[in-house]
Design a protein around this ligand. Structure first.
Ligand code: PLP
Length: 423
């Protein structure tokens, strides 16, 4: 499939007059259409709820859009909990799926009335000691070990992952939690990331549904929800076939009918904690070519760097690039597209075939709406960009301003000597 930006060159030229590059741009229309499709795909399940994985795109303006469609928040830290609470996502509309959790984060999650998803057996005691009781609604995270595969394709390696409990631990956890006052149970697992296949969720559903049936038989626990977590991916490459959320919802429904309904568990709610699927395609990083360099290879230097988008440097991830205004020109040049960090892996693309790029060209780096801005850091003292929302009516709204040097130096405020510098 041809990847086309959701913004035009003319719009970018207009935006640039107010907001200089680099910046993140999000597509309100795309976000809305996608969340509607997701809800529709799971509408067969009465209790269905998406808890948006806040870590993917922790911007309150964007999460508010999802909130209009009844989405909750999946949080993994104190600040994510604070953000959710601040925008009015409260109580059991918050899922707290953390790991290696600090005591104060459990305490705050409990104070907000969030559903706590325990990552480990030992966290039962830790939680009880921290807050003084065990909540009536509680969830446990499962790790089946081994490798997770579909046909002959190994999708991921749960046996190597730090998350969740073994089956034996789950059984004991449920028993102990019941003794300590828990009444309503959930089960959760995240077994593969960025899956671009309609089969992942139904396969995961089978694993979790069968586990839930066994757990109920062995412990008598009242299992009220099954959380399929994240992992539905997006096609970063133009030749990848996108997931069909209707087919995924239907696949999960079939497993539900096959496994849960005959076990008398036809009232169980399905929860999801999608991040990438909700926002990934509906955000892009907009940057400008500011240098070209001809040495042993051809380099295009742009005004964004890995601080703005770390995935290529960190994972070697592919992000498609459109040179705006040159969509129909032949890709007859081979470039490394770089940022300015003193770090040779600061490259958005390596040996990429692109049209001839001139200084001043806008580059749109696609599919950065999730795990993009959020992963940013401040290496080399580089500052994070603004985030902008392209509204459905074509207007542009700033939803996070760019960092300034004052932000960067703010944590030195304990040193009086810097006062003059930052004011
Ligand atoms: C990261 C994460 C998610 C979201 O993952 P995506 O790949 O963005 O869908 C969901 N749940 C948990 C517990 C996570 O850590």
């Amino acid at each position: 499939m041809k990847k086309e930006p959701f913004v035009t060159l003319e719009q970018l030229k207009e935006i640039e007059k107010t907001y200089p590059t680099p910046f993140y741009l999000y597509d309100e229309k795309g976000i809305r259409e996608n969340v509607k499709d997701l809800k529709e795909a799971f509408s067969w399940n009465k209790g269905y709820k998406e808890y948006f994985a806040v870590k993917a795109t922790p911007n309150p303006f964007l999460i508010r859009i999802l909130q209009e469609y009844g989405c909750g928040c999946d949080c993994s830290s104190m600040t994510e909990l604070m953000l959710s609470n601040e925008i009015g996502v409260k109580g059991e509309d918050i899922m707290f799926s953390s790991n290696d959790t600090p005591a104060e984060e459990f305490a705050y999650a409990a104070k907000l009335g969030a559903i706590i998803n325990l990552d480990d057996y030992t966290h039962i005691d830790f939680l009880e000691r921290t807050i003084g009781y065990i909540p009536e609604t509680i969830s446990c995270r499962y790790n089946p070990g081994g490798v997770f595969q579909i046909s002959n394709d190994i999708m991921d390696n749960p046996g190597d992952s730090k998350y969740g409990m073994t089956y034996e631990q789950l059984v004991n956890a449920y028993k102990v939690l019941m003794k300590k006052g828990a009444k309503r149970f959930g089960i959760h697992a995240f077994l593969a990331s960025n899956t671009v296949t309609n089969e992942y969720y139904p396969m995961l559903a089978r694993v979790l549904f069968e586990t839930a049936v066994r757990l109920k038989e062995e412990t008598g626990a009242d299992i009220q929800f099954i959380n399929l977590s994240g992992g539905i991916g997006i096609p970063y490459y133009p030749d990848q076939e996108p997931n069909d959320i209707r087919a995924i919802g239907e696949g999960v429904r079939r497993m539900y009918e096959e496994v849960l309904v005959p076990a008398g568990m036809g009232n169980v709610a399905i929860y999801t904690e999608l991040g990438r699927f909700m926002m990934g395609p509906y955000g892009c990083l907009v940057t400008k070519a500011i240098h070209e360099k001809h040495i042993h290879k051809e380099y295009i230097g742009c005004d964004a760097c890995a601080v703005n988008l770390m995935r290529p440097a960190m994972y070697g991830a592919y992000h498609h690039i459109t040179v705006m205004g040159k969509e129909n020109e032949p890709c007859d040049h081979i470039y490394d597209v770089t940022g300015s960090l003193c770090e040779n892996n600061d490259k958005f693309a390596i040996d990429r075939k692109l049209p001839k790029i001139d200084k001043g060209d806008f580059l749109v780096i696609h599919d950065t709406g999730a795990h993009g801005f959020a992963m940013g850091y401040n290496y080399n003292g580089k500052l994070k960009s603004a985030e902008l929302l392209l509204r459905e009516d074509g207007r542009v709204q700033i939803i996070r301003r760019a960092e300034t040097p004052k932000d960067y130096f703010a944590t030195f405020d304990c040193f009086d000597i810097l006062k003059g510098l930052v004011d």
